[in-house]
Design a protein. Structure first.
Length: 204
């Protein structure tokens, strides 16, 4: 049985989820233009897509962890470097474009499907999870019950990110697209990503 810090896992997942990216852009635009219910449905769809990548990452890493320790060492180093890289890219990124296009259609099904496809068409998500999970979980020791708990904790933690955006609506858009506030948001979330990457390598 693996020793898992679920609080740290939940917090790190939330930081990842609220970092500006394709999903947050779509949720922001939809929340402001079509309302909280449609934006919430899209958020749920995006997180469901994320969970597919999470499960793939968990299964892949568990298989590796039960085989060769040296491979997991390489995964940790490459994962830490990757998180540092995306953190750096986040820090130097300009604020989000104010001319954001909302999801088309008004039905909950279309909104959910759009969110789901936004997630599935972003293969960087699985790379993130491959980098991220070894920091918090000994995948060679995790059992089925713990695996279920990890998925549940990460589902609600990742969902909390876009739902915060939905809740504050236009104010979130103003912060994310503001020339000064948008850059500071990118710098803060980027530094957080870099910190996770450094911690991942430091644990070796």
């Amino acid at each position: 049985m693996a020793d898992i810090n679920f609080t740290a896992l939940a917090l790190a997942s939330f930081i990842f989820a609220i970092s500006p990216g394709p999903g947050i852009v779509a949720v922001l635009a939809t929340s402001v233009s079509r309302g909280a219910i449609i934006a919430s449905a899209m958020s749920v769809g995006a997180v469901c897509g994320d969970m597919i990548y999470l499960l793939l990452a968990m299964v892949s890493l568990a298989s590796i962890a039960q085989g060769i320790d040296e491979i997991m060492l390489v995964v940790r180093v490459l994962g830490g470097c990757y998180l540092g890289w995306i953190g750096y890219r986040q820090m130097i990124s300009p604020p989000l474009n104010a001319a954001m296009t909302p999801v088309s259609g008004r039905s909950l099904g279309i909104a959910w499907g759009t969110g789901f496809m936004i997630s599935l068409t972003n293969p960087k998500v699985i790379v993130f999870y491959l980098s991220f999970l070894p920091l918090f979980i000994d995948l060679g020791a995790i059992d089925f019950q713990q695996g279920i708990k990890v998925v549940v904790v990460m589902y609600f933690s990742v969902l909390a990110g876009p739902m915060v955006v939905v809740a504050i609506g236009k104010k979130a858009r103003d912060v994310a697209t503001g020339e000064v506030s948008g850059r500071w948001l990118n710098r803060i979330t980027g530094l957080m990503m870099i910190a996770v990457g450094v911690a991942l390598i430091a644990m070796i």
